[in-house]
Design a protein. Structure first.
Length: 197
């Protein structure tokens, strides 16, 4: 009999944790337009990303991506897949087989667990983008890279579109740090306004 009580207790603790995280996210969203949110300090790791993308916790801010914006969606609730917005409902991504290809927003999330596409923005909900990154991504369309989950993945592809020949990166967290340093802004991952594109 103690086992069902244990499961009920675990479920209650999980519900409280999710509720607290949801409150924290709402607080971050409400504080993002304050002057304190605009401060960027590249000496601390925590300063790079203010709000991570999440299908679990609601994000009310919607942003229409600009050409050269960084977009992402979730994979399995623990990983993120990134690409470059090039306009006309098109994202250029590096597929798991190494093919660089253009896909629609719908196709970008089709084989992944994340239901939403997010756009990297600053605290004013302004899309962080560089048009030259889109041009570099388009030039690579239908070419193959030697894909490697650690050494040459989608995050590396995206960063190389921004900073060709820069030192390699592996993780979504590292990509966020470099984006923040590049733009001198904290990163807020807002919902892509799919109706506005």
């Amino acid at each position: 009999m103690p086992l069902p009580i244990f499961w009920l207790g675990a479920a209650a603790v999980s519900a409280l944790t999710v509720n607290e995280l949801s409150k924290d996210r709402k607080k971050q969203q409400s504080e993002r337009f304050s002057s304190r949110a605009k401060t960027f300090d590249d000496s601390t790791e925590e300063s790079s990303t203010a709000i991570y993308p999440s299908d679990l916790f609601s994000t009310t801010q919607k942003v229409k991506p600009d050409v050269g914006a960084i977009v992402c969606c979730g994979i399995g609730g623990v990983l993120d897949h990134t690409g470059i917005w090039v306009g006309d409902n098109t994202i250029v991504e590096m597929d798991g087989n190494g093919l660089i290809k253009p896909v629609s927003i719908q196709r970008f999330t089709e084989d992944r667990t994340g239901k939403n596409v997010f756009v990297a923005c600053d605290s004013n909900a302004k899309c962080l983008s560089i048009e030259i990154a889109a041009m570099r991504a388009i030039k690579k369309v239908f070419t193959f890279e030697n894909y490697d989950l650690i050494d040459n993945n989608c995050h590396q592809f995206v960063w190389q579109c921004f900073k060709p020949n820069d030192k390699p990166l592996t993780t979504f967290k590292e990509l966020n740090k470099r984006i923040a340093m590049h733009f001198k802004r904290k990163i807020y991952w807002d919902l892509c306004d799919v109706d506005g594109v």
